[in-house]
Design a protein around this ligand. Structure first.
Ligand code: CA
Length: 398
């Protein structure tokens, strides 16, 4: 079977580099056409620096595997496009900038917990001019890069380009950061955006507490207005203009939090690779080492929740994971304490007399009407806890 064509929208990010490594190591299942970068864990320029570092590491890893007679892999050559450096409507709605200055943030000042200061030679190429529209057109800087093609267009334009030039309903878009770039594409040209086969978003806390506020998960909180744009594409009333119902799916905290990697699993798995000098294992060891230290400081245990990698895993294992479909989930865009909440009606229906069902109040059309969204959420993978950690590492290295 031909691999699934995907666009990954990302804010690398510790769990993003694990997710991207997992996607790149499985080209027989996933063909990464485009990576678009978003604000989120850090600003978009640092996200780009981290992505280029990962590409450099993968280039060296390819050579290492060849020399050590390990699985040879063609990591592909996706387009990379720079995206939004702030939410659609509000400046720094998530306050991550202040957060970083106070105590470095969960992903550290550089987004990868200081990997650039510990491994300063990660990036050998001056990559930045290639993303400048003027420079690129003058010098054709794109040719200097062997494993990615820099785009001089902004992310949302490049997303629409890919959707326009591929057959309709052949590309799955995966967001493992805030949804700003995707929403900008959807607002600019909804009909072209609707050519996507599916939009899968790591985000939301549907029946559980948030991880950024009591009610909100980070990616949705970082740009709730953008998430709302995407969710609203699933309303029945939109289907006529979009030539069919949009398929939007969430991989929420409800399920990602149970998919973890422990320090012990990482150490056992990576020991041999590190002693042989695997560039990818050494890179991830540096990134994860600090991350596990932070987890111990925060929670007392060296266990890392694999939100983004699990989202890619769900695509790789699309036949075994279980989805719950048709849920009316909406995004709180105005709340003072609930901004970014993924609101889901848990009230259920009341049976007044046998066979006669109603709900007590229905402000907002939760029971029926044009406002209803129809979102799928990932329910179960049959590989949770540390079993997932093993599967993740096998997926990245084997
Ligand atoms: Ca992310």
């Amino acid at each position: 079977m031909a691999p699934e064509k995907i666009i990954i929208d990302s804010d690398p990010g510790v769990d993003d580099v694990l997710a991207l490594s997992l996607a790149f190591n499985n080209p027989e299942k996933l063909e990464v056409l485009l990576i678009t970068l978003s604000h989120g864990n850090v600003g978009v320029e640092l996200c780009l620096k981290n992505l280029v570092a990962l590409f450099s590491v993968l280039e060296n890893e390819r050579e290492f595997r060849r020399q050590n007679e390990l699985k040879e892999v063609d990591f592909g050559k996706p387009v990379v496009a720079l995206g939004a450096n702030k939410p659609m409507l509000k400046e720094h709605a998530h306050g991550e900038v202040d957060f970083i200055e106070e105590w470095e943030g969960f992903h550290g000042v550089d987004g990868l917990n200081g990997v650039h200061s510990r491994l300063p030679d990660l990036i050998q190429t001056d990559y930045r001019p290639a993303f400048d529209p003027v420079t690129t057109s003058l010098s054709n800087g794109a040719s200097a890069f062997s494993n990615f093609t820099p785009s001089a267009s902004p992310a949302h334009v490049e997303i629409l380009n890919q959707l326009r030039t591929n057959d309709p309903k052949t590309i799955t878009i995966v967001a493992i950061g805030p949804c700003t770039n995707l929403a900008m594409a959807a607002l600019e040209d909804p009909e072209t955006f609707a050519r996507a086969k599916r939009v899968v978003i790591m985000g939301g806390a549907v029946r559980v507490s948030g991880n950024q506020t009591p009610r909100a998960e980070f990616n949705i909180y970082a740009d709730p207005d953008a998430a709302a744009v995407l969710f609203n594409l699933t309303q029945k009333a939109r289907a006529a203009t979009l030539r069919g119902q949009m398929d939007v799916a969430l991989v929420p905290l409800d399920v990602t939090s149970n998919h973890t990697l422990t320090r012990n699993t990482w150490r056992e798995f990576s020991m041999d690779l590190i002693s042989k000098g695997s560039p990818l294992a050494l890179f991830l060891d540096s990134v994860l080492g600090k991350t596990f230290e932070k987890m111990v400081a925060l929670t007392g245990t060296a266990i890392f929740g694999c939100h983004d990698p699990f989202t890619i895993y769900a695509l790789l294992e699309s036949k075994t994971v279980e989805w719950e479909t048709g849920l009316d989930i909406r995004v709180e865009t105005n709340g003072i304490w609930t901004r970014g909440e993924t609101v889901f009606d848990t009230r259920g229906v009341v049976e007044l007399t046998p066979g006669q069902k109603t709900i007590i109040r229905d402000n907002g059309g939760w029971f029926s009407g044009d406002l209803k969204n129809s979102i799928s959420i990932l329910k179960d993978s049959k590989a949770d806890g540390d079993a997932f950690g093993h599967k993740l590492l096998e997926g990245i290295f084997l």
